[in-house]
Design a protein around this ligand. Structure first.
Ligand code: DO4
Ligand code: MG
Length: 276
């Protein structure tokens, strides 16, 4: 297992607790046949980095990749969405997609809309009910191989989405509506069902919301989500796939400017972003 960080001074790879400067680009990694093998090969000639992770300015670990997302993959998400769209009569859609063979997959972000670790995510000025969605996010190469994972935040405007399911792109896609990081774990092994996804939202020195779930609560096998995404769709630079949220705060909760969102999935670490 390797941890790949995108930093202001280039890519850094952590292997067995040691940090190596890596001359490859993220695009080269995402188009390689086997990214783990590719990186291990590059590390044979790499120099050791002299600084440690806390001293780097982290970038989002993305270059030319699109970010896509799966929805309603957890029972909790299905139930919350049926509630929020009840007035608009959209509740039935969510139950049906939860049960259907075809998953909900939607376009989430281009690289320029993705917030780096430690930088602000945004809530829309025309939305009144906003939440983070903490999601295990797959790194998939141009051939459709899942070669690692990271943490994703699928920021969402629940009032806009709940008003009409056709407003989903506006509820989901806007500047800084996604965050990725702090690193990509490069591995041939998918996270175990017991892997915990946890979120804490800090407001003015205390915790305004915290919740957790496990990867085992996802209804669909992760490789099947990736297979569906690659059906009739090509990704010349690979892509990221957010795999859905299993944590939805109570309906009384909405994000405020200044909130700090901390999402933890080990061994990726913790993705921290404030709300601008
Ligand atoms: O159906 C709307 C979006 C669902 C979603 O983003 C999720 O379940 O995580
Ligand atoms: Mg989501």
């Amino acid at each position: 297992m390797l941890r790949l960080y995108a930093t202001a001074s280039g890519l850094i790879v952590e292997r067995d607790g040691r940090f190596h400067a890596c001359s490859a680009s993220l695009d080269e990694i995402f188009v390689s046949v086997d990214p783990l093998e590719f990186l291990n090969d590059r590390l044979r000639h790499a120099r050791l980095a002299t600084t440690s992770v806390s001293e780097w300015t982290l970038h989002a670990p993305i270059q030319s990749q699109e970010v896509w997302a799966a929805g309603v993959t957890y029972f909790r998400s299905r139930t919350a969405r049926m509630e929020e769209s009840k007035v608009a009569g959209g509740g039935n859609f969510y139950d049906r997609v939860y049960e259907a063979e075809r998953p909900e997959l939607f376009f989430k972000s281009t690289p320029h809309r993705v917030a780096a670790p430690g930088t602000p995510v945004r809530i829309r000025g025309d939305a009144t009910w906003n939440v983070p969605e903490p999601e295990l996010t797959l790194a998939i190469n141009s051939r459709g191989k899942i070669f690692g994972y990271t943490i994703g935040n699928d920021m969402s405007s629940r009032d806009i989405e709940g008003e009409n399911p056709l407003y989903l792109p506006q509820a989901k896609v806007y500047d800084r509506s996604a965050a990725l990081g702090p690193c990509i774990v490069i591995t041939d092994t998918l996270p175990a069902a017991t892997t915990v996804i946890a979120v804490a939202i800090r407001r003015g020195g205390s915790v305004a919301f915290h919740g957790e779930t496990t990867v085992g609560q996802i209804k669909r096998p992760l490789p099947l989500l990736a297979d569906w995404l690659f059906r009739e769709n090509s990704f010349p630079h690979g892509c990221f796939l957010m795999t859905g949220t299993g944590i939805v705060p109570p309906d009384s909760f909405t994000l405020r400017r200044g909130d700090e969102i901390q999402i933890t999935i080990e061994p990726v670490g913790t993705l921290v972003n404030t709300v601008a």
